[in-house]
Design a protein around this ligand. Structure first.
Ligand SMILES: NC(=O)c1ccc[n+]([C@@H]2O[C@H](COP(=O)([O-])OP(=O)(O)OC[C@H]3O[C@@H](n4cnc5c(N)ncnc54)[C@H](OP(=O)(O)O)[C@@H]3O)[C@@H](O)[C@H]2O)c1
Length: 335
């Protein structure tokens, strides 16, 4: 068990981004945290308040300053692009700072897969844990760096891991993850795909058979995954429809039992069973809602998994990891 005297000294890099602002809004209310700094990308930018947090937070987002991060923070949350995280994290770790990284830079264990999907990560630090709290709590507790899962893998792995671990999935049939995401998943910088007038009133698939989150899902499950993400005209939220086949002889009771056993004491996973979940039920929360329908005759199982990409898929999950490392109730600052 780690012991940190409360309040714990915490800083954020990337506080101006979508995930970083969400993180900031959670950490300023966290009862065990002293926020020493919230920083943006450039050492030269002017300090500025965040309009969303005026009167909630008196601070300003400051220029990026690695010397201060190393000297003043016990934990640094990195809510920055993966290439920047790949560069900054090793220096923070060398200085004895614990890192909670929201990017994909350190999620992939296999060197060849990492080089393919995250080529900027030339150094994989020692003692990295994959930050899916519900399934990796022990490793997270002792990690120097927590690689928080991607938003899409979070929803998929929470739905599939209990079934995989119970031996109920027919691996030869593969897994299909059909995902719909709100636009904030793409970050703050607009592009042709995320521009309001392109996205509003429309829906489009992207990254088909080429999205890097596949590597993360396959790494955790050991089963081939066909993943098709879609952008939908919502600001936030992810709904995944997941198609699998179960092994012969699987019963509805076994499926429900595996899920209930996995999440009996998980405060942020809500099993909805037959009442299929919706994005509206999870936005602005750290919950993942999972429901399913099963046809025993054909062994077809369809799961629906919903999260808020910026909370359970990013900032909320990062705070949950922080709570676990520090030995706080994992719901602290997230209720
Ligand atoms: N959006 C999501 O739903 C989501 C979910 C899970 C994980 N993530 C991950 O979280 C990270 C942030 O995503 P986001 O969506 O919040 O992106 P974003 O809205 O584009 O924000 C990016 C942040 O990173 C900063 N930044 C940019 N380049 C930098 C550099 N070279 N060095 C240091 N800081 C830099 C930006 O600062 P300035 O304002 O100064 O440019 C900004 O604060 C990414 O790694 C992303 O993959 C995002």
């Amino acid at each position: 068990m780690n012991t940190y005297s409360s309040p714990v000294r915490v800083a954020i890099a990337g506080a101006t981004g979508y995930a970083g602002q969400e993180l900031l809004s959670l950490l300023i209310r966290h009862p065990e945290v002293h926020l020493v700094a919230a920083m943006s990308s450039s050492p030269d930018s002017a300090a500025r308040p965040l309009p969303r947090l005026v009167r909630t937070w008196d601070g300003k987002v400051e220029p990026l300053d690695m010397t201060r991060l190393k000297a003043e923070a016990t934990f640094v949350f990195l809510a920055i692009p993966e290439a920047a995280a790949a560069e900054l994290a090793p220096a923070l770790l060398d200085a004895g700072v614990r890192v909670i990284d929201l990017s994909g830079a350190f999620r992939i264990v296999d060197g060849r897969q990492r080089a393919k999907w995250y080529p900027a990560t030339t150094v994989q630090p020692a003692n990295v844990a994959y930050g899916l709290v519900e399934h990796n709590r022990e490793a997270i507790t002792h990690a120097a760096l927590v690689a928080c899962p991607g938003c899409y893998p979070t929803a998929a792995l929470l739905a599939l891991t209990p079934l995989m671990q119970a031996g109920l999935l027919d691996a030869s049939a593969g897994i299909i993850v059909d995902a719909k995401s709100g636009i904030s998943g793409a970050g703050r910088s607009p592009s042709d795909r995320t521009h309001f007038s392109e996205n509003h009133g429309s829906m489009a698939a992207y990254g088909v058979l080429g999205h890097r989150h596949v590597a993360e899902m396959e790494q955790a499950l050991g089963i081939e995954v066909t993943f098709v993400p879609h952008l939908v005209p919502l600001d936030r939220g992810i709904l995944e429809t997941i198609y699998v086949k179960t092994v012969a002889g699987t019963s509805a009771e076994q499926i429900a039992g595996a899920m209930q056993q996995a999440y009996a004491s998980a405060p942020f996973v809500r099993l909805t069973g037959d009442a299929l979940p919706e994005i509206k039920h999870v936005t602005w929360t750290n919950f993942c809602d999972i429901g399913w329908k099963f046809d025993a005759a054909t062994r077809r199982l369809v799961l629906i998994s919903c999260i808020d990409n910026l909370v359970k898929g990013a900032a909320g999950q990062a705070v949950q990891n922080f709570n676990v490392i520090c030995g706080f109730d994992e719901r602290t600052g997230l209720r």
